[in-house]
Design a protein around this ligand. Structure first.
Ligand SMILES: Nc1ncnc2c1ncn2[C@@H]1O[C@H](COP(=O)(O)OP(=O)(O)O)[C@@H](O)[C@H]1O
Ligand SMILES: O=C(O)[C@H](O)[C@@H](O)[C@H](O)[C@H](O)COP(=O)(O)O
Length: 211
């Protein structure tokens, strides 16, 4: 049976997860789930006060993100979560776009490896590779967001960029991550989206995905 792709657009604060994820969802006609909309109030308050979250605060949130996109795909289940998406686009989606920072490998493994066996969802990550200088510029210019510029430092400190190619013969194979697209994101939003769409077309040629 063909898989239904869940493309998780990932990266640190201001890498463009929400903007690029929204555009990508529009182009593909997929529903869009913004992970930040599922953060508990306590997490938002903590980040708003300038403190990074701990793993203990992130994993329950990641579980809710996972449960939500799984419910969107698995027939005969309904989500009770209030999500800012057009409910009509949730009828038998051919794919889902999710925005979720997924900064550490362990967070990505959690999302990748805990999809229930009866679900057709197949998780892919789209890493928005953005320079520190560009991220700093964007957070400085972004107004009215709970995530203030000072939080970027902590996000970059814990970021474990996905490794998809072995650059040294000593790299252990276990370190390589499956199902990751890496996109240079220091470009205009339209260029970034076009690059992702080209990558997805290439995937279709090689993977058993239903689009
Ligand atoms: N490719 C881009 N080029 C320039 N500005 C961008 C780009 N992508 C996003 N932005 C801007 O950067 C800011 C952060 O984008 P956002 O989508 O909110 O990122 P994230 O969801 O990762 O925090 C926003 O003001 C957005 O308009
Ligand atoms: O794991 C985390 O620390 C959070 O997910 C964190 O990444 C946050 O939710 C967003 O980064 C803030 O919002 P933006 O990504 O939209 O800046």
């Amino acid at each position: 049976m063909a898989h239904i792709p869940v493309f998780i657009v990932m990266g640190p604060s201001a890498s463009g997860k929400t903007s690029i994820g929204t555009l990508l969802a529009q182009k593909l006609g997929f529903p869009f789930l913004d992970g930040d909309d599922l953060q508990p109030k306590s997490n938002i308050e903590k980040m708003s006060s300038g403190q990074p979250l701990t793993d203990d605060e992130r994993f329950p949130w990641l579980q809710v993100v996972l449960d939500t996109f799984t419910q969107w795909i698995t027939p005969n289940t309904t989500t009770t979560m209030k999500i800012n998406t057009d409910s009509s686009s949730l009828a038998s989606p051919k794919g889902i776009i999710v925005a979720c920072s997924a900064l550490k490998r362990s967070y990505r493994d959690f999302l990748r490896n805990n999809v229930p066996p009866n679900s057709r969802a197949q998780v892919w990550f789209v890493y928005l590779k953005t320079s520190r200088q560009e991220l700093e510029k964007r957070v400085r210019e972004r107004k009215g967001h709970f995530m203030k510029a000072g939080m970027l430092q902590s996000q970059l400190a814990i970021l474990e960029p996905p490794i998809i190619n072995s650059s040294s013969p000593n790299d252990s194979k276990e370190e390589l991550e499956e199902r990751v697209l890496v996109v240079e994101a220091n470009k205009s939003q339209e260029e970034v989206v076009q690059e992702i769409l080209r990558n997805i077309e290439n995937l279709l040629a090689t993977q058993n995905l239903m689009l």
